[in-house]
Design a protein around this ligand. Structure first.
Ligand SMILES: C[S@@+](CC[C@H](N)C(=O)[O-])C[C@H]1O[C@@H](n2cnc3c(N)ncnc32)[C@H](O)[C@@H]1O
Length: 215
């Protein structure tokens, strides 16, 4: 009984998150981009990008998932969470949204995203920043994932740790948001803002021109 109730309460929050996240990602896409969404779940984010009115022409979004769902909203490939079944540089843009904090070895997952991308990796995750951040982010993480049986490790990076991640992988910042207004107002006050981290980073050796956002 509690799971269906939590799912219903979570729905408007998830809808807002999807919209804001899609609007943050679309400006980084160019015409004919091949996009991979790692840990895509049902593929809602990929579908939302594909349906966005400002999506550049010819963009394709594929999903990669350890736990296949049904029905999936985009084309999804399953794998065991290790090496993805794609060659190096297969995609223009690799997205990994709220997946890294569920993974035992997030650095290995980022390395895999970098291997697969020839231009950008887009990371959306949580961040420990602000009063009672660990408690607040753990609560929203649990509430968002418990109804779906996704494991929570309750381990999140601080802003300094995110900077160290970028340095370790030789990533250049194209855009970084130290805070995101992801949720409806009151929920956002408690669980959005500086608990939410977003970055679009250029992978090593990616051409830096034309500027991101221009096709
Ligand atoms: C919180 S959900 C996020 C789903 C989706 N990215 C979104 O933004 O709505 C985390 C997802 O990561 C997936 N996942 C967990 N470990 C993974 C891994 N090693 N590789 C890919 N996906 C993974 C889970 O199955 C789950 O679907």
């Amino acid at each position: 009984m509690i799971r269906p109730l939590m799912k219903r309460l979570h729905e408007p929050i998830y809808t807002s998150r999807l919209r804001v996240l899609t609007e943050a990602i679309v400006p980084h896409l160019r015409a004919d981009d091949a996009v991979l969404d790692v840990g895509c779940g049902f593929g809602e984010l990929g579908r939302s990008i594909l349906d966005h009115p400002q999506r550049p022409q010819g963009v394709n979004v594929k999903g990669l998932e350890t736990h296949r769902r049904s029905p999936e909203l985009i084309d999804v490939v399953g794998y065991d969470g290790g090496q993805a079944p794609f060659d190096n540089n297969t995609f223009d843009v690799v997205i990994i949204a709220d997946v890294l904090h569920h993974i035992d070895d997030p650095d290995a997952a980022i390395a895999e995203c970098v291997r697969l991308s020839r231009r950008l990796v887009i990371i959306k995750d949580h961040q420990i920043s602000g009063p009672l951040a660990q408690a607040r982010v753990s609560l929203i993480d649990w509430a968002a994932n418990a109804p779906y049986g996704v494991q929570c490790l309750y381990r999140y990076h601080s802003p300094d740790e995110w900077a160290a991640v970028r340095n370790r992988h030789g990533l250049t910042v194209v855009e970084e948001r130290a805070a995101m207004n992801l949720y409806p107002p009151v929920v956002n006050l408690l669980f959005g803002r500086s608990l939410q981290y977003f970055t679009a980073v250029r992978v090593p050796d990616a051409p830096s021109t034309p500027p991101e956002g221009e096709s």
